[in-house]
Design a protein around this ligand. Structure first.
Ligand code: HEM
Length: 435
């Protein structure tokens, strides 16, 4: 091994080691690719400017200077951004006759006159530029058989991955466990909260039994509240991650485990939230046909007739109710769109940018609309002392805390000066003095 190279602890003592492959770049892509190559039996050497990121590299790989790494392999993956390709021209002699694989994507359409791969081949004229692909013979044969049976084969690496795959049927909703537990605990808490505040309070202070409200009124409070809180819990980890990266001044430091786990189950959190939102809509649809609602409306109308009074039209109430219905309907419409685009059959037909647009931009818009729906529903009740029974505010006020926190954090993250910094960090920039 070379004097200034660093060897990672060898995890993968492969019996049938394939050729060594070189990766230029130790960012997210390079590390994921290296891990996959190692799992598939390849030797991996990283070429890097410095050795500071070596701790994050997959175990079993080596890291060395670009020139030394290039000498170790015939196939070289270039996993650095196009702006940093410049260093390749100084390596032209080391790269002569090698297969260079360009794995870059563009950040913007039409930003450069020629493709990244063409640019790369100009910088290193002696090398061959190829698109990467898996060509192991045995796997190809099985893939062909699977395809002829109308299956899609998903290559998951070498035989070493078999143990993990064989355990898959033993797992019971691993990514759904946390969202479902949150949903159950939140529903139970909100339900007992509104039960105390509405039903028990009425019984204790006025001696009235309104327990029948449990079936629809209370359910139609608990479900939308759980939906709104869980929708905001989908976006909270992303915002926290942004602040953590700002604080660390790098994207190369691992997030705490709890944040990683939280981020991984965002889709499930969102789908459970959508299911609760759907229940709210169904419960809302039956409001006009409820016996209790028809009874109250009839009694009120009859009392107006008896007293010869007129029911004055209130413009403000009309505006308020129409606005909060409208926000709810728009929010629910976008919520459905988010749910649909998270289905694999749909998300597979979107590119990364389209998927991000829907899940992030439209996701925040959904959260904003549903929060506005709840604020407008509350209207001026926030200020009325009679809204606070036994010092307990209405449950929807509590439900607004998390969404407001998430929206404020997002607002800070999208202010131009903060956004610029986060974007640079996510593109690989590191604050001076970070290891
Ligand atoms: C309350 C309608 C979607 C969150 C309400 C109420 C109505 C309503 C009529 C008042 C219920 C009552 O008086 O008991 C609608 C309609 C929707 C919709 C028509 C869409 C078609 C949503 C969505 C969310 C949501 C998607 C959240 C993700 C809430 C909340 C309340 C509420 C938190 C307050 C519950 C309470 O404490 O009483 N909505 N809504 N709504 N809605 Fe919606």
């Amino acid at each position: 091994m070379n004097s200034n190279s660093v060897a990672m602890t060898d995890l993968s003592e492969m019996k049938h080691k394939l050729e060594t492959v070189c990766i230029f770049g130790t960012g997210d892509f390079g590390r994921s690719l290296g891990l996959r190559l190692l799992q598939s039996g390849y030797g991996v050497v990283y070429g890097s400017r410095g050795l500071k990121n070596s701790l994050l590299l997959p175990k079993g790989s080596k890291i060395m200077s670009h020139a030394e790494a290039a000498c170790e392999a015939h196939v070289i993956f270039v996993a650095v951004q196009r702006e940093h390709y410049g260093f390749l021209s100084s390596l032209a002699s080391d790269l002569g006759g090698k297969v260079l694989v360009d794995v870059s994507n563009n950040l913007k359409r039409g930003l450069y006159p020629e493709s990244n791969a063409e640019y790369l081949s100009k910088l290193v004229p002696g090398a061959t530029v190829l698109i990467c692909g898996d060509s192991a013979d045995a796997k190809q044969q099985v893939t062909n058989i699977a395809q002829s049976l109308s299956f899609t084969a998903l290559d998951r690496g070498s035989l070493r991955a078999a143990a993990e795959l064989e355990d898959l049927p033993l797992q019971l909703f691993p990514l759904w466990r946390l969202p479902l537990n949150i949903a159950i605990c939140l529903t139970a808490f909100i339900f007992f909260y509104v039960l105390t505040r509405d039903v028990i309070y009425e019984r204790v202070t006025n001696g009235k039994d309104i327990a029948f409200r449990i079936m629809i009124s209370l359910a139609n409070k608990a479900f939308p509240i759980v939906s709104l809180v869980m929708l905001s819990l989908c976006y909270l980890p992303g915002a926290l991650a942004g602040f953590l990266q700002l604080y660390n001044g790098t994207k190369y430091r691992r997030f705490p485990d709890w944040l990683d786990r939280w981020m991984l189950c965002r889709k499930q959190l969102g789908l459970v939230a959508l299911a609760f939102g759907f229940l709210h809509v169904l419960y809302t649809l039956v409001i006009p046909i409820r016996y209790y609602v028809r009874y109250k409306t009839n009694v009120y109308t009859i009392s107006l007739v008896k007293d010869n009074k007129t029911y004055e039209f209130d413009n403000t109430v009309a505006w308020r109710t129409d606005s909060y219905y409208s926000m709810g309907i728009l929010g629910f419409g976008l919520f459905l769109l988010l749910g649909i685009t998270s289905l694999p059959s749909v998300s597979n037909s979107l590119n990364w940018r389209e998927f991000r647009f829907v899940q992030s931009k439209l996701g925040y818009l959904t959260l904003l609309l549903c929060t506005a729906h709840t604020f407008l529903y509350g209207w001026n009740k926030f200020l009325k002392p009679e809204s606070y029974r036994w010092w307990m505010p209405p449950a929807y006020m509590l439900s607004l805390v998390v969404p407001c926190v998430v929206l404020i954090l997002k607002l800070i993250l999208i202010t131009p000066c903060v956004d610029r910094k986060v974007t640079r960090i996510r593109q690989g920039w590191e604050r001076q003095g970070k290891t």
